[in-house]
Ligand binder design. Sequence first.
Ligand code: AMP
Ligand code: MG
Length: 487
Amino acid sequence: MSIATRALFEFDDSYARELPSLSVPWRVTPVPAPRVLVLNGELAEELGVEAHLLSESAGVALLAGNAAPDGVSPVAQAYSGHQFGGYVPRLGDGRALLLGEVLDRRGRRRDLHLKGSGRTPFARGGDGKAAVGPMLREYLMGEAMHALGIPTTRALAVVATGETVARETALPGAVLSRVAASHLRVGTFQYAASSVEPGLVRKLADYAIARHYPDAAGAPNPYLEFYRRVIDAQASLVARWMLVGFIHGVMNTDNMAISGQTIDYGPCAFMDSFSPATVFSSIDHAGRYAYGNQPVMAQWNLARLGETLLPLIDESVDAAVEGATEAVNSFAERYDTYLTSGTAAKLGVHDADRSLVGELLALLESQRVDWTLFFRALSEWVRGRPEPARSLFAEPGAFDVWVERWQARFSSDRHAVAAAMDRINPVYIPRNHRVEEALSAATEGDMAPFDRLVEVLARPFDERPGLEAYAHPAPASFGRHITYCGT
Ligand code: AMP
Ligand code: MG
């Protein structure tokens, strides 16, 4: 088995090798009856593996964490994190392992990581396991985000373990295999910064620069430049979340990736009707990670990253603080630039000034208009069919007034404008009731609704007849949607 497994991927272990104090070698915990629930054929191909090999016994053993390939020594990665603002010095992979890195077909280094693969030295009180529902949720959300063109980690597979895990009820267990540009987190830097080992943050920063921002190495101040790059990647990422109505739900510093990919899908969900205060997570009582707070929280996390980099930025504390402060303050402008250009594109105009957008948002909020339906309906308006958009407003009069100002802005080639809008305003997003329905069925053993939903979300911009039920928000009877952490 090990020979076949080895042939699947050629693993490297640069992280474990170059930063040995930032992980603990650990073993996989075999599970009794692994069975593939879903396998990401497209991603397997990208990684240079024929998908069918992954559903054969050696492949399943690898994806379930039943056998580490020869020569591979998995590690549990160490990190700290601010969780809801409170610092926890030692988090780390409590129920996950990094198998290693794989160079994909385009030569990009990508982590292959297991989640739900058993207790590690970082498990604290946890059982190290994961349930089918949350792991399928991560698979689904990651694929939806990928199809929307938003940087994200992706799942290669979800494998049922044949075990039950004890949550509020007994649930079927699963292991998710995750592919990420890396698992370097803001929390990884926090962990390194609190270590007594001299030079550890520098080693980590050098590693991160080489892996993600190699150009920064040539800058006059490489570490400050690295910091700016991370800030820019996050400003861009969060703007893209906002443009599609994505709410991460648990933007702790341990859940923010240095690469700029969305990571750690827990209680995330998409907003229906526009409201900055939207929160779905059952544990986010204060709304810290509400939709409208996400940019501010991203900047807060980046300030924590900056603190860890100060000694590298300048020997003089004052100069370091000044450089880092200027960099972190640039988040607002960078974010604003990404958001403004993204909003203009959603509206089909070249530039969307604050008052045009502000008035629209006020209208959408006061009339509880569905975010996704609205932008999609707007291209119909451009095509000369005002009703789909108007009908989303209980009192369309105010919308009619706004439209007068808006339509003065778009270019005369209406067909081209509408087509461009349809390429960025999705028809299909993971609607909360659809996600819940798919996950409940899967937990009961029926994967059909999940498979269908994944298929629909793989082409979010392509309106297809017969899929109307996937385009609409939950009926009022669905009630207030609440999401839970994936534990
Ligand atoms: P998360 O909320 O998934 O981002 O996890 C936060 C921290 O809790 C990380 O250190 C996880 O490894 C750890 N953790 C979450 N669930 C479990 C579990 N079931 N067993 C062990 N550790 C866990
Ligand atoms: Mg996490």
